[in-house]
Design a protein around this ligand. Structure first.
Ligand code: TXA
Ligand code: MG
Length: 356
């Protein structure tokens, strides 16, 4: 698609209504508009316009079997898009919407099959970001929006990340500054008997269990029958930086020592090494001009670790490192579960267990 991508800078807390109205007009006409949400930037398209949805899959290079999240302005919009609204959905919406939580529900015939990749279910979210809210309200249509990255690249947390991947392929990017959460929304499946988190995010399992005590993470579920996979897109290789990433799991002290040893060995082989670290990690043993360290924040500040992760991966790609080393964090609960989930996906199997 030969398009000139326009950049529109808007104030994240008080977006200019004229700018929002113009962006909404592009969406209503079937165009592709990237916009900030509180999680990551989304690439929006008219969710009920099957041709526009097809153009979105092309622009992203996304496989057609990976379903999209539909963004709406209010819980009431669910009635038209779904065939049944379970009590669990009402409970979660009253506690967590607007916010970084996506619910999988039974899809109504209004939702084109292109959006749901042929599934009988549809994923829906009410985002909290003022620009996203203003845009959806002004357009007065449901907006399908995957993360605004090329397929297999880390999700964008800044407008310039969107342009790195999609400049010339989409109509407009609304630049509202960096996103606050930095990881994609929690996805929870409410179509079965037990609410099941398919993708961990900032609305954590612990938070959900406060209102739905039997909720669980998908890994804890009994194994699915063959062919019964709920969400095909979740298994594809997502969130991948260009350089291979190796994830070190274990206690901080031993993990950091092992990363230093491995970084030194790689540098001795003539490789350029990137490390994603917490502020306090002592990597001085590997200091070298071929070592590039990105600090996410103090280990205890999990929100900062999450908010800075994808920018760190993109920054390391831009420095042309040959490999990236990253570690897990000691906290195994809350938002750290989502950070570890994304790091494991980025590692695509390259995981080093460092014994205690
Ligand atoms: O935070 C977010 O969720 C961002 C912002 C833009 O809202 N969006 C986002 O979309 O991350 P995307 O397309 O990158 O990820 C959507 C995820 C995929 O893993 C997909 O498989 C899953 O949601 N999903 C979508 N529809 C589904 C469905 N009907 N059943 C199960 N999983 C579904
Ligand atoms: Mg994505």
């Amino acid at each position: 698609m030969a398009t000139v991508t326009e950049v529109m800078i808007l104030d994240a807390s008080q977006p200019d209504p004229a700018g929002i109205a113009r962006a909404a007009g592009i969406l209503k006409a079937g165009g592709l508009v990237a916009f900030p949400t509180e999680t990551v930037y989304g690439l929006g398209v008219h969710a009920l316009d099957a041709d526009a949805v097809a153009r979105l899959f092309t622009a992203k290079g996304r496989p057609a079997n990976d379903p999209l999240i539909v963004h709406v302005h209010h819980f009431d919009a669910l009635a038209a898009l779904t065939t049944a609204i379970p009590d669990t959905a009402r409970t979660l919406a009253s506690r967590f919407w607007p916010g970084p939580l996506t619910m999988v529900l039974q899809r109504s015939a209004v939702v084109p099959r292109e959006v749901t990749a042929g599934l009988d279910t549809v994923a829906i979210r009410v985002p909290a970001h003022p620009i996203a809210r203003a845009l959806i309200t002004a357009a007065a249509i449901p907006i399908a929006a995957p993360s605004a990255n090329l397929f297999s690249r880390p999700s964008p947390t800044r407008a310039d990340h969107v342009l790195q991947d999609l400049d010339g392929r989409i109509d407009l990017v609304i630049d509202g500054g960096p996103t606050t959460v930095g990881l994609e929304s929690t996805v929870i499946d409410l179509t079965g008997t037990i609410p099941t988190i398919l993708r961990p995010g900032a609305v954590t399992l612990e938070m959900i269990r406060m209102v739905l005590p039997d909720a669980r993470l998908e890994e804890e579920a009994p194994s699915e029958p063959a062919g019964g996979m709920k969400s095909p897109g979740l298994l594809t290789r997502h969130y991948s930086p260009r350089a291979p990433l190796t994830l070190y799991e274990g206690t901080a002290g031993r993990v950091i020592a092992k990363m230093v040893t491995d970084a030194r060995a790689a540098i001795a082989r003539g490789q350029r090494v990137g490390i994603v670290a917490a502020d306090e990690d002592d990597l001085s043993g590997a200091s070298h001009e071929a070592l590039h360290v990105i600090r996410l924040g103090p280990e205890r500040d999990v929100a900062a670790l999450a908010a800075n992760l994808y920018n760190a991966l993109r920054t390391l790609d831009a420095t042309a490192v040959d490999l990236i080393l990253a570690r897990t964090f000691e906290d195994q609960s809350g938002l750290t579960v989502a950070i570890h989930d994304r790091l494991r996906r980025a590692a695509a199997g390259r995981i080093v267990q460092v014994g205690a």
